[in-house]
Design a protein around this ligand. Structure first.
Ligand SMILES: *[C@@H]1O[C@H](CO)[C@@H](O)[C@H](O)[C@H]1NC(C)=O
Ligand SMILES: *[C@@H]1O[C@H](CO)[C@@H](O)[C@H](O)[C@H]1NC(C)=O
Ligand SMILES: *[C@@H]1O[C@H](CO)[C@@H](O)[C@H](O)[C@H]1NC(C)=O
Ligand SMILES: *[C@@H]1O[C@H](CO)[C@@H](O)[C@H](O)[C@H]1NC(C)=O
Length: 401
């Protein structure tokens, strides 16, 4: 008793509260607890505020979206060296804004079809733009589009053929990006013949699609196009995949190191996953794992016969493989495209490894020696309906440099 009474804490207490011993003890402890918790609470809030403020500033300055960082941590970025970092989140973070800025002729028709089914099943908003021929925008159009995208009720997945949009630059929250690319020469060939001869929808289809195309363009031998430097088979037209990842900056469309490096950086910072079409089933599997709220069951749907019937996904385009000489020339012209493709493929394989999937094939050799097998290596994917930018200026195609 004496001890308690002599403590300074007790002196301030009202007689009511110090009447009996049990009460006193309880009160004493709760006072301490209150003091500590208030202080801790303040400290926590201050820390939290600083953290949030800091991450906001970081984000607005062009850092990766927070949810992306969390997913990376969840996956375990750690090697043995940085194993002592903050504990990984136990629950996979759920991005509620996803953009798929689909690249032309890289299987996106298939993926969009899958998304239609998934959107219904998992109740997210799928907005698939029907603008197929405008990948670069003025500043004003960019802001307009980004505002539109941001106003879609979440969770949403927005998809369009459009070069990367930098939301952060305009102080809008950056969504998470996903994409799929494919071997650059195969993509080019697929587009070349698609423009001329259409797809599974039959012989007449190409005539409806490109009615203004003259016969000497339509039946132009691809070897002539390449070896005689027609614009369609030369740069900058061959610089096609990189700008989707580089962005809207004019320099993003100039074949070169600047655009390449920026595109790579962007893949690391803003893309949750960039898959490669050659391993489409693994891409779908990873999407299922990384974005379950959008992609659960996608592989089951993809493998079901009903899906293939529904999508009429059986046809192929007429395709001739260029001569080895022409392929070699093409390969050298697409140097940056290949550097980018190889980078993406390595990243993709790394992600597969983290998830515990084995790579389906050995990394392809990086020299033109692989060109001979090129056409055989890639299964022809399901052709898309989309047209590409530049279709309408096809009238200038005969102009040679
Ligand atoms: C895109 O296609 C639409 C019609 O499909 C056409 O009106 C428009 O001019 C095209 N835009 C470009 C930039 O080619
Ligand atoms: C944005 O949405 C408005 C209204 O829905 C539409 O008129 C406009 O064309 C859209 N802009 C873009 C860039 O999609
Ligand atoms: C996006 O904009 C921010 C802010 O202007 C900039 O720091 C960042 O480098 C840009 N990122 C890309 C990929 O253009
Ligand atoms: C598939 O083809 C059939 C007949 O050829 C057609 O009626 C149907 O609309 C096509 N489906 C799609 C998704 O285009």
């Amino acid at each position: 008793m004496k001890n308690y009474n002599s403590s300074p804490r007790q002196n301030n207490q009202t007689p009511n509260h110090s009447r009996d011993r049990n009460n006193k003890t309880v009160h004493w402890f709760s006072a301490i607890w209150l003091r500590f918790s208030l202080r801790d609470y303040g400290f926590c809030m201050a820390t939290l505020f600083l953290f949030c403020f800091g991450s906001l500033v970081y984000q607005l300055n062009g850092g990766p979206p927070k949810v992306l960082l969390e997913i990376r941590r969840y996956l375990g970025e750690s090697t043995f060296v940085d194993d002592h970092g903050p504990p990984a989140p136990r629950v996979l973070p759920f991005p509620s804004q996803v953009i798929y800025n689909r690249v032309g002729k890289c299987g996106s028709r298939t993926v969009v079809l899958l998304l239609r089914i998934l959107a219904e099943r998992h109740q997210f908003n799928l907005v698939s733009s029907d603008i197929h021929n405008k990948t670069r925008l003025t500043k004003h159009e960019q802001v307009d589009l980004m505002r539109n995208i941001s106003s879609i009720p979440q969770p949403f997945l927005y998809t369009r053929h459009v070069h990367f949009l930098n939301f952060t630059r305009f102080r809008i929250e950056q969504p998470v990006y996903i994409n799929i690319i494919r071997d650059p020469i195969n993509r080019f060939l697929s587009n070349y013949f698609f423009r001329r001869f259409g797809d599974w929808r039959g012989e007449q289809n190409h005539l409806i699609r490109t009615p203004r195309m003259k016969d000497d363009e339509r039946y132009l031998d691809i070897n002539v196009c390449i070896l005689e430097n027609y614009p369609e088979c030369s740069n900058p037209r061959l610089f096609y995949i990189v700008p989707y990842f580089c962005g809207q900056h004019p320099q993003c469309r100039e074949p070169g190191v600047w655009a390449l490096e920026r595109a790579k950086q962007n893949v690391l910072e803003n893309f949750l996953l960039v898959g490669i079409l050659e391993e489409l089933e693994d891409v779908l599997l990873l999407l299922e794992r990384l974005l379950p709220h959008y992609f659960s069951d996608v592989l089951t749907i993809y493998r079901s016969p009903e899906f293939w019937k529904m999508g009429n996904l059986t046809g192929t385009v007429k395709k001739h493989t260029p001569t080895l000489e022409a392929l070699r020339v093409l390969y050298h012209r697409m140097k940056y495209e290949y550097e980018f493709y190889n980078f993406v493929r390595d990243q993709f394989h790394l992600t597969k490894k983290k998830i515990g999937l084995k790579s389906a094939r050995q990394p392809a050799p990086r020299e033109p020696s692989f060109l001979r097998e090129l056409a055989l290596r890639t299964p022809e994917p399901l052709e898309e309906e989309e047209e590409e930018e530049g279709l309408d200026d096809a009238n200038n195609w005969l102009v040679q440099p």
